[in-house]
Design a protein around this ligand. Structure first.
Ligand code: FES
Ligand SMILES: [Fe+2]
Length: 439
């Protein structure tokens, strides 16, 4: 793949991505410049492993789900051989989107423009008026005349990732310790598998995608941004006799003072990934004992206890996926432009867990992450204000100094001095710079 490696600023000067990231601050252009966004699509989203979807979304041959890998529209589908394929959603004839819907069932895929049809592995099945191609260089058996498979696809325990780049670090090398949130979600299923519950929620934020990712490790903001909502949730819980685990309980926890947030563990990993330990209550409620018993039956007592002790609130797999495994939720970003970001919110069912766990996860998703939730609306306003402020050209730098002198190396990772540290943001931007400057 040939890619550009620098943008130009308004004066026509080269805008070198390396100059936008320092040890403890980031230039505003890294967030708001449309040309930087275009470079990111090539250099980060065109090279990294991008989350596509979960295999439970397409249980039958012919089922499909469409999304984007960077700028590339793709179809994730299951073929008659039972395998999952990730195909370019682009007709080889004149380029039309073959599947404009977000999800569905189709065997074969038929392009609406001139009727070319394709199998679930992308192979060209038929071309109407075939005789018109006789004697031409068109070869129906050439894979280039089918729906192209993405160069690299990985199914990790049901989670499908793809890369637009044929070369680069393999999936496990790229994921590193970022995999622990995703693995812990699957491990929490007494039957050893998870599946999505229904469709995802989708919201569009009016901000750059990295402002959202910054916030994912920003413990400091909760006692300010969510204070009123959390106090209202606490009052409601105190007033009402009916408890709904996973709902207002989660919202109420966000009322912590900065001192409470400081007790969280923040650990930044190579590649921009991180994890944050907080807000992860152990399984509770009437079915908790039954759940723990099935976990021990599947994993053994010691292993089951170790799995349930892992209490990450958020684990980021840079650049697209934020796992909240103790809440059975996952958020995925699909950047649209420098100032618009699509967010998908998925809720998972732990196979083999009691039915109440499904209800708790759905309630938690509704309260904490859905478009009508009581928590993220305040976050979205903060993200919008940050982006709007950064559009102004007078002040250049975003500051990431907090905790920079208290970082504690842990092997190849870095632990923040406390939970209010900006260590994960610094680490993410250092990874961003590495992607943006790699040859
Ligand atoms: S563009 Fe698809 S068949 Fe012509
Ligand atoms: Fe928040």
């Amino acid at each position: 793949m040939t890619v550009a490696t620098s943008a130009r600023d308004a004066s026509g000067a080269d805008l070198d991505p390396a100059s936008l990231v320092e040890a403890e601050r980031v230039h505003r252009r890294a967030y708001v410049d449309p040309e930087i966004f275009e470079l990111e699509m090539d250099l980060i989203f065109g090279r990294s492993w991008i989350y596509v979807g979960h295999e439970s979304q397409i249980p039958q041959a012919g089922d499909y789900f469409t999304t984007q890998v960077g700028r590339q529209p793709v179809i994730m589908t299951r073929h008659t051989d039972g395998q999952i394929y990730v195909l370019e959603n682009r007709c080889p004839h004149k380029g039309a989107l073959v599947c404009p819907e977000r999800a569905g069932h189709s065997r074969p895929f038929v392009c609406m423009y001139h009727g070319w049809s394709f199998d679930g592995d992308g192979a060209l099945r038929s071309v109407p008026a075939r005789s018109g191609y006789e004697g031409t260089s068109f070869d129906p058996k050439d894979p280039a005349n089918g729906l192209k498979q993405l160069p690299r696809v990985q199914n990790h325990r049901g989670f499908i990732f793809a890369s637009l780049a044929a070369d680069g670090p393999d999936f496990k090398t790229w994921a590193g310790k970022g995999l622990r949130g995703l693995d812990n979600l699957v491990d929490r299923a007494p039957a050893g598998e998870v599946e999505v519950i229904g469709d995802c929620y989708r919201t569009v934020q009016n901000n750059n995608w990295k402002i959202f990712l910054d916030n994912m490790s920003d413990g400091m903001h909760t006692s300010f941004v969510h204070n009123q909502m959390a106090k209202a949730a606490q009052k409601t819980i105190a007033r009402t006799a009916v408890r709904r685990p996973g709902g207002l309980d989660v919202a109420a926890m966000l009322a912590g003072e900065p001192e409470q947030m400081a007790r969280m563990d923040l650990v930044a990993h190579p590649g921009g990934h991180f994890d944050m330990v907080a807000f992860a209550p152990p399984p509770s409620g009437p079915d908790a004992d039954q759940y723990k018993a099935s976990m021990e039956a599947f994993h053994g007592k010691e292993r089951a206890e170790a799995i349930l002790k892992e209490s990450y609130h958020s684990v980021l797999m840079f650049p697209t996926l934020v796992m909240q495994q103790s809440l059975q939720q996952m958020r995925v970003i699909r950047p649209i432009s420098a100032n618009k970001t699509l967010l998908e919110i998925w809720v998972f069912c732990l196979k083999g867990a009691p039915e109440s766990f499904v209800r708790r996860a759905v309630t938690g998703g509704n309260v904490g992450n859905s478009p009508s939730n009581v928590v993220a609306a305040d976050d979205f306003e903060s993200y919008y204000r940050v982006h709007a402020g950064l559009e102004s050209p007078q002040t250049d730098w975003v500051l990431l100094h907090r905790g920079a002198r208290q970082d504690v190396p842990q092997g190849s990772s870095i632990k923040g001095g406390d939970g209010n540290s900006e260590v994960c943001m610094r680490n993410m931007f250092h990874a961003w710079r590495d992607y943006m400057t790699a040859q």
